[in-house]
Design a protein around this ligand. Structure first.
Ligand code: FAD
Ligand code: FES
Ligand code: FES
Length: 487
């Protein structure tokens, strides 16, 4: 068993924080606003959607100290061991000159009621530290998770473009004192398990994957929390008491990402942001989907492992990963087993996972040369929205005929599910309009979708069929030709 520490330690702006007792479900936003009376970070939605609560969290990644925007409203205090939390209060003290980001917002009229402003400032600040001259596209991407209801985005984007006119990023305290902060964080990270409190108010932060395996095997009713972008809402929206909570977001072995000739292995704790590089290199066809998962804050917090583990029928990872033939490694104590991802989903709310067993990693086989891959997300809003449906296609053609095809959808059934009847209607046939049209009725055999707030059953079925048509047009170059003609 790992050595145990009974206090949680992190740095808040310039202060060292040591907590020995707190409610397991305490969110960072409540801690800031209620316990510390730091009211700069606002509560708009309390569900990760609006970004008014955005703060930066700095963590060591190897020898680098990386700051990322996160939603404090769904980030639990228990997840912060060894982190540096930076709030809007850190930017400038009362009655002192504004920070360049703040001054740029003032001069470009980027704020009206001001409720969203602290969050927008923090998102722009995080971006500016990574890129002192961000493009409009980069600013828009960094603000996908920040809603402003009254100003409109044009002045805010202008402000984002102008920040460097108000000061050099090299002179910013987080950049100037980065080395010293690294040393402070390193001193906090002693490789011990954190175990605080009892019963429902117990929080455990495992020291390693082996430690997690031992803890979860012994406490199978504990709630695993990775990025908390799902679990956070159970607390803030459904008021659930979900302790004891086991915070796995910083278990080092779960952050492993390995690219080889045969494929990509991602530890269950790899976030969307961290996976974006390897995914872009190995599966560039998925880049557009990646940019449409949540907003930047959600991508910085949310993990691929949890998107799979939670078994949601509308998660965006299962369709493309099933199409690619991914497998997951499940671990319980010292025992591991590998399961095909498509077999993991048994029924609504039921997955092939035993009590005390967790997802350790996912393996995505490389796409064989010459095969086609596409994934399409259909949602009401382009940014920061959950899929109404999401369809993924992998196709192998031989001499103009369908040698193999795998099609998987989310949002069409109680689980993410393959379109096996449609696949059978296509395999062995010429890859032609006639084949595609003849296969469309088979969708009704594969899926009887629901009507809900995201889409009607009729819409879902028709949209799913249209995605096959679209895939066909794209693989034959027809779609590109149509776009060129229209342009
Ligand atoms: C504003 C917003 C926008 C979103 N947009 C999208 C979107 O566009 N597409 C999408 O698919 N999802 C979206 N989500 C949902 C969510 O972000 C994803 O499902 C995400 O991948 C969850 O990861 P997490 O690490 O935050 O999970 P957590 O909330 O930490 O955990 C989710 C579930 O998985 C379990 N779990 C976590 N890790 C493991 C493990 N290793 N083994 C076993 N069980 C585990 C937890 O116990 C819990 O049941 C959004 C959420 C929010 C709040
Ligand atoms: S309060 Fe809306 S994202 Fe946190
Ligand atoms: S300034 Fe009012 S919501 Fe943005």
């Amino acid at each position: 068993m790992a050595d145990v520490r009974t206090e949680l330690r992190f740095i808040l702006n310039d202060d060292d924080v040591v907590l020995t007792s707190f409610p397991a479900t305490r969110t960072l936003l409540d801690y800031l606003r209620l316990d510390r009376r730091m009211t700069g970070s606002k509560e708009g939605c309390a569900e990760g959607d609006c970004g008014a609560c955005t703060v930066l969290v700095g963590r060591l990644n190897g020898d680098e100290l990386v700051y990322e925007a996160v939603n404090a409203c769904i980030c639990f205090v228990g997840s912060l061991d060894g982190a540096h939390v930076v709030t809007v209060e850190h930017l400038s003290a009362a009655n002192s000159p504004l920070h360049p980001v703040q001054q740029a917002m003032v001069d470009n009229h980027g704020s009206q009621c001001g409720f969203c402003t602290p969050g927008i400032v923090m998102s722009l600040y995080g971006l500016w530290m990574r890129d002192a001259d961000p493009s409009v596209g980069a600013i828009e991407k960094s603000l996908q998770g920040n809603l402003c209801r009254c100003t409109g985005y044009t002045p805010i984007i202008k402000a984002g473009r102008a920040i460097s006119a108000y000061g050099a990023v090299e002179a910013d305290p987080l950049v100037l004192h980065r080395e010293a902060m690294k040393q402070r964080i390193k001193a906090l990270r002693d490789g011990q398990r954190v175990d605080i409190g009892t019963g429902k108010d117990r929080i455990i932060v495992p020291a390693s994957a082996d430690d997690l395996a031992e803890i979860y095997d012994q406490n199978p009713t504990g709630t695993l929390v990775s990025g908390a972008t799902d679990v956070g809402l159970w607390v803030t929206k459904f008021m659930r008491d979900i302790g004891p909570m086991i915070f796995i977001g910083e278990v080092p072995q779960l952050h492993r990402s390995e690219e080889t000739a045969v494929g990509l292995t991602l530890g269950a704790g790899v976030t969307y942001t961290d996976a974006a590089g390897p995914i872009g290199r190995l599966f560039p066809q998925l880049t557009e989907l990646w940019d449409r998962i949540g907003g930047a804050q959600v991508r910085n917090m949310g993990t691929i492992g949890a998107n799979i583990a939670n078994g949601s029928p509308i998660g965006d990872m299962p369709p493309p990963l099933i199409a690619l033939g991914a497998t997951i490694t499940l671990r319980k104590g010292g025992a591991r087993r590998v399961v095909k991802l498509e077999d993991y989903f048994i029924a609504y709310g039921k997955q092939d996972r035993q009590p005390g067993e967790f997802v350790e990693s996912v393996f995505i086989p490389a796409l064989p040369a010459g095969e086609h891959l596409a994934c399409y997300k259909i949602s009401k809003r382009k940014d920061e929205d959950i899929s109404s449906l999401c369809g993924a296609f992998r196709l192998k053609l031989e001499a103009g005929a369908v040698a193999d095809i795998t099609i998987a959808y989310g949002g069409m059934a109680a689980t993410p599910k393959r379109a096996k009847a449609v696949e059978m209607a296509l395999i062995g046939k010429p890859w032609s309009v006639a084949t595609v049209e003849a296969a469309l009725p088979a969708y009704a055999e594969d899926y009887q979708p629901l009507t809900d707030m995201r889409a009607s059953a009729e819409y879902r079925l028709l949209a799913a069929q249209n995605l096959l048509r679209r895939f066909f047009l794209e693989t034959t170059g027809e779609s590109e030709r149509l776009v060129r003609e229209v342009a």
